[in-house]
Write a protein that binds this ligand. Structure first.
Ligand code: ZN
Length: 96
């Protein structure tokens, strides 16, 4: 049985939980998040150092993963980060 919880319906408080924010971060960094979700995420990030830190880490990982050859990063280290990133994304798939 699934219960749909209405998070943060307190008016003026957090409209998005950390779990939701984390789920949206990759889409946000991909530029795939728009409208209210994007607004809510940005508001959450302003108020939540934990999620902000998480976004920074993902952003750094994406930047490293997207870096071309000639970057001074060890290729093996880059592969590791890519793998971490892929696994992280796989983990974010909502369990339905
Ligand atoms: Zn948060």
């Amino acid at each position: 049985m699934k219960i749909r919880r209405s998070w943060g319906r307190r008016g003026g408080g957090h409209e998005m939980t950390c779990q939701q924010a984390v789920n949206h971060i990759t889409a946000y960094l991909d530029g795939a998040l728009a409208g209210r979700d994007r607004d809510k995420l940005e508001r959450h990030l302003e108020e939540c150092p934990h999620c902000w830190e998480h976004l920074k880490q993902i952003e750094a990982t994406i930047r490293v993963a997207g870096a071309g050859p000639g970057d001074d990063l060890d290729p093996l280290a880059r592969e590791d980060l890519l793998e971490i990133y892929r696994r992280w994304r796989a983990d974010q798939r909502p369990v339905d």
